[in-house]
Design a protein around this ligand. Sequence first.
Ligand SMILES: Cc1ncc(COP(=O)(O)O)c(C=O)c1O
Length: 510
Amino acid sequence: MTVRPAAPADDAACVARLVALFGSQAEVARAFQLDRAVVNHWVKAGYIPARWASEVERVTQGRIPAADIVSEASAKKPVRVKSRPDDAPFGIVPESNPMSSYAPSKRIQSFHPPQRTLMGPGPTEIHPRVLTTMSQPAIGYLDPVFVEMMEELKSLLRYVYQTKNPLTFPLSGPGSVGMEFCFVNMVAPGDKVIVCVNGVFGGRMLENVVRMGGVPVVVEDAWGEPVDPQKVEDALKKNKDAKVVAFVQAETSTGCASDAQQLTEIAHRHGAMVIVDAVTSLAGTPVKVDEWEIDAIYSASQKCLSCTPGLSPVSFSERVVERVKKRKDKIHSWFMDMNLLLGYWGETTRTYHHTAPTNSLLGLHEALLLIREEGLENSWARHQRHHVALKAGLEAMGLNFLVKEEHQLPQMNAVRCPEGIDEAQVRSTLLAEFGLEIGAGLGPLKGKIWRFGLMGYSCRPDNVMLCLSALGSVLDDMGYPVHVGDAEAAAHAAYAQMHASDARRKKRAA
Ligand SMILES: Cc1ncc(COP(=O)(O)O)c(C=O)c1O
């Protein structure tokens, strides 16, 4: 269905705009595959119910934004707060009900987030299948059906991590919980740890070592540079008693990749184990736990796995499990004690440890299933393909990447803001006018870079093209010399080149 070009007045009721766009109620009904009576009901009521917001935005190709539908629907039909009579004045305490003095002084309505395009450092957009799965009925965390799902979830995680480690499961909590889980179990007070810091998250690892009572030896690299393997080797030579080497494989704050395989090999040569942060790398770029012999690794659900935030998949090798089991002192966290958590997530027992976030876990199961269906290598290739196109477009606008080409992460693209451009203003205009979220710089890079995430379900060609057009248009408005359309053309050319070389490769293979 093609939408007519005639634009109705922006302040007219959304339903009137919709009918004007399509020409008649009958055409609207056809476009939405609805009975005409439904559209007629919208017209009579003077508004479109909020649940249609995203669909209207999609079908009208953004001419009627979801946010307009939601705010109009909420104004026309406020959600009733059942616990308070409609005529009870807000903010005034009825004598008969002293509990009302704790009630909010304004009427609060159900919250409907607007539709956003998420191209920041995470969270990402979530596939509709995952959202649908998370809205399934509640189920007990010890229900036999749920327990069966947990086993599948663990095996899907082993697939994305490329490991056979029995201890592979999602912790209840964000990536930071995964980080603490590794340090609190593997670092006893007095243990020496080589910590590689080349961005925000290496810095957090250092903080963890200090808080666990470990003795940190910092290997520092500039923000935007990878961890230098030679420096790690030198540090290990000088600190023969180092027990652990900790590093971030994909530094989200800079968009820089470090070589996890090489760093692990060096650590092992010197008798140390590794803790690897794979929060941003997992499913976006290769992570091969068994092949690279990684000891301990953690990630997060809201990056390239594209699930809701709040789960942190971890994996420990058998060697790490043995070491933690042998510790004489008590692990300094009850919640994150590996031995206690295994009572719920282990191979043989399912006993209460804490109330697991059941519906989020259902969502993660579905998100991982989507990756299994796509194929892990295809997922890595998709991240690379859209990165190449986005990069072609950004560079055509004259923007420069922070990180050298060979260390660039496809899923996290950090570019320098041009001189004289208010970077925060660009981000807020992108959000307000295009519903597009991108990331800002952190720490020393605050105000100096933008971070464009291409992670998981957000890593799609439509997002690449929207991002380039929106950014070009905002920069043009702000007086930055861009030729609107050049970036999109460069991205199209990059896609065309990749398609052609794929076709040649397939032909050769046939
Ligand atoms: C590399 C890295 N490590 C750790 C974290 C912490 O994860 P979370 O914010 O889920 O706690 C992040 C978050 O962005 C990250 O990018």
